[in-house]
Structures are given as C-alpha cells and as structure tokens.
Design a protein around this ligand. Structure first.
Ligand SMILES: [Zn+2]
Length: 322
C-alpha cells in the first residue's frame, strides 16, 4: 500500500467514532490499511473524477509501471476535478514520444495536471476535450474535460493518477476509498459517490451544503466556506435527524440532506441544486426558482451522465450531481 499518511498528518480518531462509522458502513476505506483511516476525517473535499468500468490497475502485475487507474466509459463522459486546486498544466495535441511537458505528456494525449493543497496533485489523461486552462482555479467536482481516446490508447477511458511529490505516487483507488469514495462508481442510490466534506473545505460543495441545511430551517451563512459556524449548523441538522453529530457531511448526511425536486419547487433546496448544476457546466441564475430553464439544465445534465432525462431531481440525480 502506498497510501500511507505522513506521520505528522495522523489524526486521532476516537474509538467510539470508529465504531460508529463501521456500524454505519461509512467509509469503504476503513480497515483497508488495517488501521482506522485518519484521512477520512482529516482531508476534506475529494470526489470521484468520473464514472465507468475500472479496466487497468495501479502497478498491475502486467503493467508494473502503470501509476494510475484506467476508468473506461463512452467518449464524452464528463471528467471532474477530484479536489480543489489550480491547473498547473494542460497538454493538448500531444503525440507519442512527446515528453516536453508534464510527466506523461504524449503517451496520455490531451491531459490535465491539477495541483492541490498539501502538495498533492492529480493527473487526467486521454481526454477527448479539455475544458480548463493553465493557471485556472478549480473546485472539487468541477467539470474539467470529456473522456476520450487521445494519446497511446485503444478506447475511450480516463487515465487517473494522484501523487504527492517527495513521497511516492499513490494508488488513486485506495486513496479515494480511504475517503469514502469509490473510483469510477456508477452505483446510484446511497452510493459513496458523495464527497466527505468537513471543516476547512471551501467552494461550491460547501455552498450547496449550506443551502440544503438552511432549507431545513437551520441558520447558516451561505458563503461557500466550511468554517466553525457551518460545522455547528451541520451538527444541529444531524442532531435533528438522529444522526451522529460530528459536523462532517459524508454519504449518510448527504442522503438525509437532499430531497426530491421538480419544476415548480422553490427555495433554498433549489438554490443548492442550481449551484451544483452551475458547477457541472450550467449557467443558471441562482434564484431559487425551479422553472423551465432549470428543468432543461437538469435534463442536459442527466443525459450527459447516462441518466433518464426526465428533469426530476431524485436521489440518483442528486448523487451523480454531487
Ligand atoms: Zn492508464
């Protein structure tokens, strides 16, 4: 296993909390390393970069030099940033043997390299189209490109890597599993596709959480910053629902927060929906009104993601959206 946290990053997780996570089945990664997953609590805001079938693994026996996972799906499948960060490098029109830019340029075709906090970076290869540019600030879960077959590739797939320089490359599937996320997951209801979000996170995902919490009548400032105030409000929501009040939004809290929406609805839940749709490529006014424009943005999102394009936002659409 390469996904060993730095000693300094280890965070004590009380036994009671570990037991509860295990009882709830939260965090597929717990136990993978034979120890509680401190990263689950310590790192906020990671998400599944795309959906599809895992076809080739990290340092697989037949490809020991393969430092990522391949996730196959149809050309044009959305590719999302795995965490907040800044685009370091975008490589387009690269050709086999070209190593002038980026660690895998050429072989991985159109590619994106994103730097994250704490020296992590992620790498996305073989894209059909790149939708971001170098220097651009990126939010966790933001649409950054479309799956493709460029570079040394025999079919549309994402080549996905996570690194932490001066340590080693990481197994991205294990890395995400330790954060409760299933790489490539197409599992809809109650899936672990929801990111685990906790204090310190910022961006559109915390903003959606704030709208959803406020929609339940709990006061919270909607500023996209998951600070102590936001944590307290999430705790209030969790207590009101009989959930373990740890102030973190993981898969179980997400499932409790989202409610079905359809055209004609209004209010903060709709503002949360519109915020998420905008992060996924729409350009809606966040006005809390679920009218025909929002409905068509929902249908466009559903059809891009292989869902039934009925314009209804149920648990499946919510889980893919977040
Ligand atoms: Zn690959």
């Amino acid at each position: 296993m390469c996904d060993t946290p730095e000693p300094g990053k280890l965070l004590h997780v009380p036994a009671r909390r570990r037991a509860l996570f295990t009882a709830l089945g939260v965090g597929a990664g717990i136990g993978v390393l034979g120890l509680p997953s401190p990263a689950l609590a310590a790192v906020a805001g990671w998400s599944n970069p795309t959906r599809g079938t895992l076809t080739s693994g990290y340092k697989s026996p037949s490809r020991p030099g393969h430092l990522g996972w391949d996730v196959a799906n149809s050309q044009g499948t959305p590719i999302y940033a795995t965490a907040d960060g800044t685009v370091r490098d975008v490589k387009t029109n690269s050709y086999p043997g070209d190593t002038t830019s980026g660690p895998l340029a050429g072989r991985t075709g159109n590619s994106v390299h994103i730097n994250h906090a704490d020296s992590y970076f992620s790498y996305y290869g073989h894209l059909h189209r790149v939708l971001v540019s170098a220097g651009q600030r990126i939010s966790c879960g933001q649409l950054i490109g479309l799956m493709g077959n460029t570079g040394n590739s025999t079919g549309p797939h994402l080549h996905f890597e996570i690194h932490r320089p001066r340590l080693t490359s990481l197994d991205p599937r294990v890395f995400l599993a330790n954060r409760g996320i299933t790489l490539g997951s197409t599992a809809p209801v109650g899936s672990t596709g929801y990111p685990s979000v906790s204090q310190g996170a910022s961006g559109w995902v915390p903003r959606v959480i704030q709208y959803l919490v406020r929609a339940r009548g709990i006061s919270v400032v909607v500023d996209g910053i998951y600070g102590p105030g936001c944590t307290a409000s999430v705790r209030s929501f969790q207590s009101s629902r009989g959930l373990y009040a740890d102030g973190m939004v993981g898969p179980i809290t997400w499932t409790a927060l989202v409610l079905p929406l359809r055209e004609g609805n209004s209010g903060d839940l709709v503002r949360g929906l519109q915020t998420a749709l905008n992060a996924r490529g729409a350009s809606l006014l966040v006005d809390g009104g679920f009218g025909s424009v929002t409905a068509s943005a929902v249908r466009a999102f559903q059809s891009r993601n292989g869902l039934v394009a009925d314009g209804l936002v149920g648990p499946v659409t919510w889980s893919v959206l977040i």
